[in-house]
Every structure is written in C-alpha cells, then in structure tokens.
Design a protein around this ligand. Structure first.
Ligand code: FFO
Ligand code: GTP
Ligand code: MG
Length: 428
C-alpha cells in the first residue's frame, strides 16, 4: 500500500494550510520532517526541515495512530503557514521520500471506505457536505454522513434475511411435515420492509432538489417585466431588460439561497406568437424549462391569461404593481413592491417540499430501493402462490437483499466510486 499525501485545504494563499499524509510510511515521513514526532493526537509545534537540514516552516504537527484516523491508516498532518511557497516546499520534500506519492482526488476517502470507516452512502454524504452551499444542504449531507441510511439498510436487511431463512427452512424440509406455517411471518416482514422502502423512495425527489437546487421559472408575455423582476430578486443586473418586447431569448439562470434552500431562478423569453426564428427558439426553450421547473411564477398584465395551466402551488402575480391602483396580488421589479412577499411565498412552497425528505438522497438510492421493492412484490406473489413457488420467492428475497447491499456499497462499489470521486477535490 502506497503512502499518499496531499494539500487538504484550498489552493492559494491562506492563513493556515493543512497537508495530510496517510499510509504505512506516514509516521516515518513525519519523523524525517520534524526530527521528533509529538505523541499521538496531541499537537506539537515543530520546525520542519528538508533532508539537508534547511528550514521549511514552523508548523503544528498532528499524529494519528494506525486504525484511529480518518482513513483508518497511520496519518500525519502538518498545519502550515498558508503560503504557496511553504506548501510547495513541504510537498516537494514529501515527494522525495521513497514510497510516498501525491494522492488522487478522493483517495483519502476511498481508503476510509476500504478500511470500513465509512460506507458508500456516507462517502456520498461527505461529497455532498463539501459541495454544500446552503443550510438545508449542510443539514441533509451531515445526516447522510452520520450513517442513517446505512443503519436503515441494515434493519431492512436483517428482516429480509430472517424472511429468507424462514422460507429456506420450508424448502429444506419440503418432504417432511412442517409444524408451523411460516408464510404469515414472511409476509409481515416483507410488508413492513416494503412500506418503509416506499416512503424513503418518495422522499428522494425532494432530497435530490435540496442537493442540486430547486428551479423556479419566471414566465409571462413579452415586456411584462420578467427580467426586471429577476434582477430585483437576484439583487444584481443579471439579465438585459429593455422596452422592446422580445428582449430575452436564452434562459438566464441565477443561483440563490432562499431561506437555506438552494434555488436557481430562471428568466425566460416572453411567450407569444412570432415570425422571428430566433425568438421562436427562445420561446420553445422557455416553455420547456418552465414545464420542468419545480415552481413557476407567472407575471400577467391587464387581462392576460397565464399562457399555460398553472399547477396548484404555482404563483400568479399581476405585473408592474407601481402602475396599478389596486395592488393586491401584484408585484413590481422596478419599484420593489411585493418582492419580499414573493421571496417568502417561494420559500414557503419549497420548504414544504423539502420537509418531506427522508434519509435517501440520490437517484442511485431510489433505483436500488425500487429494485428491492420490485423483487419483494414478486416474492410476495410467489409466497401467495403456495408451496411449489417457495424457492422462487426465496430467490426474489435474495435479489432484494442484493439491491439493498448496493445501497451501502457491500456490492457494486467500483462504478459508483469512480463517479463520486470524479467530483471530489484533491486532498479529500
Ligand atoms: N485536521 C483535520 N480536520 C478534519 C478532518 C481531518 O482529516 N483532519 N476531517 C476529515 O475529513 C474531518 C473530521 N473527520 C474525522 C473523522 C475521524 C477522525 C479520526 O481520527 N477518528 C479516530 C479517532 C476518533 C476520536 O478521536 O475519538 C477513530 O475513529 O478511531 C478524524 C477526523 C473534518 N476535520
Ligand atoms: N413601471 C414599471 N415598468 C417596468 C416594471 N418592470 C419592467 N418594466 C419596464 O418594462 C419593460 C420590459 O421590462 P423587461 O424586464 O425587459 O420585460 P420582460 O418581461 O423581461 O420582457 P421580454 O424579455 O421581452 O419577454 C422595460 O422598459 C422595463 O423598464 C415595473 O415593475 N414597473
Ligand atoms: Mg426579459
């Protein structure tokens, strides 16, 4: 096993920079740089020197024993002055020590996984935590990192293994009289697991949104003030506005944090019949993105009708409130009237949806749980079909267990890891 090292903190100038070394030679490397390592888990202030005795930095050094570190391997950390020259010098000296090499992105975390410190879902949680930009994202990622999904998968697994064992006992003793009919207990275990899986499956869609962001599209006829409203919401001049109808063509995206939720606001082309080919393409895009968005804000002027049927939670507002006598249900990006109300309303609708999330957060989790439910439904049918079908029911139960095993990475790990680690920063 190679000993790996990397800068764990962001690149560039900083107050402090952390370099981590992990693997069998980590303590050896630390010894070379410090002359004398501090006791495990107690920081020591040391002058770091290269092989020729040239001073590199004065640093805090932290030693983790084998099996008691983030990776589960011996680890040494150097907390350096965060200058690019200090970091470069320490990395150079480490790379000159035999048996040491730079870590690949995500390699520390991969080792934590391989050493059983984290399961696959926790690795995903860690990736999400590092990506988190809003409160809701931080809370959700931390919950996944804490291992709740793995715990739940373990409960499901235990119940299904018990059900399979009960069925297999009937197969093994098929020729003998079995004193008790196991099917009620098998059915109950499968029902309980299916119910729990179903509710987790339903929560994934919202959890995915918290992870990647909700989309809110502003739609309406040309010139009603959509782009002006977007700019007011964003607090900056993100979209071109003008008195010419048909100004916006491309979909303009603005990332925002609304009450801790990640939201991408979409400004779209004004909807109308047009001879202009380019505008027509813009309108087609507008319709498509608006239909896919999580929520639509329709701006209407005069007797306009919303151009398409709003869904229940969609928001319909009258445009240019500043020009209206009756300002009820009206908004103005130009004067700012109604803007904070709109932000509250969007936040309320999306918070309601985010409240329904469980502990599964990814499409990968949803697919694994769906596979398990499918197999359980088949097992249920075979169980009801009577004793001849018992071995088929048991086989379906094993398929369900395998599907749940892939959730936490007991199987099928490699393809998932490559995808996750592709998004990891160096040094994680
Ligand atoms: N300096 C530093 N800060 C860091 C990390 C790190 O690796 N280094 N982390 C990395 O992402 C996170 C913390 N995660 C960690 C998880 C486990 C252990 C660890 O040493 N576990 C040992 C001992 C636990 C204990 O002290 O009780 C163990 O589990 O045996 C360290 C950090 C965030 N902050
Ligand atoms: N009085 C008033 N004028 C507004 C308001 N919002 C926008 N306008 C004006 O209306 C015109 C159109 O504004 P835009 O924001 O570009 O309208 P749009 O809906 O994005 O238009 P398209 O991109 O062409 O679909 C501009 O001249 C704006 O200054 C408002 O709230 N009140
Ligand atoms: Mg516009």
């Amino acid at each position: 096993m190679d000993t790996i090292f990397a800068l764990a903190t962001a690149h560039g100038k900083a107050g402090v920079a952390v370099i981590r070394v992990s693997g069998p030679l980590a303590h050896h490397a630390g010894q070379i740089l410090t002359g004398s390592l501090p006791a495990p888990r107690i920081t020591g202030l040391r002058v770091l020197k290269d092989g020729q005795g040239v001073r590199l930095d004065e640093a805090l050094v932290l030693v983790f024993p084998d099996k008691q570190s983030f990776t589960g391997e011996p680890v040494v950390e150097f907390q350096l002055h965060g200058s690019t020259a200090v970091v470069a010098a320490v990395l150079r000296v480490l790379s000159e020590i035999g048996g040491l090499r730079q870590a690949e992105p995500g390699e520390f975390t991969r080792r934590a996984l391989e050493n059983g410190r984290l399961d696959l879902a926790q690795v995903e949680g860690l990736a999400d935590l590092i990506e988190a930009e809003t409160e809701a994202q931080r809370r959700q990622a931390l919950r996944v990192l804490s291992g709740d999904l793995g715990q739940r998968a373990e409960d499901w697994r235990r119940d299904l293994i018990r059900a399979a064992a009960l069925l297999e006992a009937t197969i093994d003793f098929a020729d003998e009289e079995i004193p008790t009919d196991v099917s009620p207990e098998v059915s109950a275990l499968m029902q309980k697991t299916m119910g729990s899986l179903q509710s987790e499956i339903e929560g994934v869609k919202s959890a995915e949104r918290v992870r990647t962001g909700f989309e809110v599209a502003i739609v309406g006829a040309p010139n009603v003030g959509k782009s002006t409203l977007l700019n007011a919401l964003a607090g900056r001049d993100a979209a071109i506005t003008s008195e010419y109808a048909g100004t916006t063509r491309d979909v303009i995206e603005v990332r925002m944090d609304l009450g801790g939720l990640p939201v991408t606001l979409l400004d779209t082309a004004g909807l109308r019949e047009t001879e202009d080919k380019v505008e027509e393409i813009g309108i087609a895009r507008a319709r498509q993105r608006a239909a896919l968005a999580d929520l639509r804000v329709f701006l209407i002027e005069g007797d306009d009708k919303p151009d398409f049927e709003p869904e229940t939670s969609d928001i319909v507002l009258r445009a240019k409130a500043d020009l209206l006598e009756d300002k009820s249900g009206a908004i103005s990006g130009a004067s700012g009237e109604g803007v904070s109300n709109l932000i509250e309303q969007i936040t309320r609708v999306l918070s309601d949806r985010a409240a329904s999330i469980g502990i599964a957060t990814r499409e990968r989790h949803r697919i694994a749980m769906l596979r398990a439910v499918d197999a359980l439904q088949a097992a249920e049918r075979f169980t009801l079909a009577g004793e001849d079908m018992t071995d088929l029911a048991a086989e379906e139960l094993r398929t369900a267990i395998r599907a749940l095993d892939s959730l936490v990475g007991r199987i099928d790990v490699e393809n998932v890891l490559d995808e996750i680690f592709a998004s990891f920063c160096l040094g994680k």
